[in-house]
Ligand binder design. Structure first.
Ligand code: PGA
Length: 238
């Protein structure tokens, strides 16, 4: 079953969230796993209506005096099932890279499925170091968990230069990278892992992306903010 993760980032006001939920209420997501990741203050609006949800981040701490943080246990107690970890925007703006292993461990400890974001910058792509970057980010993320737990992680391959730019990789190349990630995780950790793609997924390129047979789903940013377009996108996914 394909997974489609809607990452709203820091967008939408409460009345826009209400309209969004009204719009998707009648949508038929049948054989797809559609996960909504709004700002944390709106997670419960989606949980209450029976939608799958994910947080956009998770604290490295369990509980206590950490003003502004949201713990894995709190998310789990709300009914949230997924958490995005290591998104490039957090790696760049909040120095998240070094926190990724602890966040992955905390998610697993609290029964949340981590969606681990990995991906290269344009400079790294031009330098030919894509595989090395992916291997490093994967190994770091898995450093505190065992192989059984690794099987609960979803990897989102998101080339940083493709996020919000309307530029995507040539689909054959993308398919090769997705396979490379799966083979790497299988050979090193003996785990078959789901790998999804993120970066400028839209109504114009989804049919092309759907020809990449290694893909297990998509992480959708900008387009997911428009409920009508998002439902249309989901309907185009097999
Ligand atoms: P985008 O964002 O779809 O707007 O490119 C994807 C992401 O950042 O996860």
């Amino acid at each position: 079953m394909k997974k489609i993760i809607a990452n709203f980032k820091m967008n939408l006001l409460k009345d826009e969230i209400n309209s969004y939920i009204n719009e998707i209420a009648s949508a038929d997501f049948n054989n797809k796993s559609v996960v909504f990741c709004p700002s944390s203050i709106y997670l419960n609006d989606f949980v209450e209506k029976g939608f799958l949800t994910g947080s956009q981040d998770i604290s490295i701490f369990e509980k206590g005096s950490y003003t502004g943080e949201i713990s894995g246990a709190q998310l789990d107690s709300l009914g949230v099932m997924y958490t995005i970890i290591g998104h490039s925007e957090r790696r760049m703006n909040f120095d998240d890279s070094e926190l990724v292993p602890m966040k992955i461990k905390n998610a697993i400890n609290n029964d949340l499925k981590p969606i681990l974001c990995v991906g290269e910058t344009l400079i790294e792509r031009n330098n030919g170091t894509v595989n090395a970057v992916l291997e490093r980010e994967i190994d770091e993320a898995f450093s505190l968990i065992n192989n059984v737990d690794i099987s609960n992680v979803i990897i989102a391959y998101e080339p940083i230069w493709s996020i919000g730019t309307n530029v995507i990789l040539e689909v054959d190349l993308l398919n090769q990278i997705i396979k490379y990630i799966k083979d790497y995780v299988f050979s090193k950790y003996d785990v078959q892992i789901d790998v999804i793609y993120g970066g400028s997924v839209n109504l114009d390129n989804i049919e092309q992306l759907e020809t990449a047979d290694e893909l297990d789903g998509y992480l959708v940013g900008g387009l997911s903010l428009d409920a009508v377009k998002f439902v249309e996108l989901v309907n185009k996914i097999q």
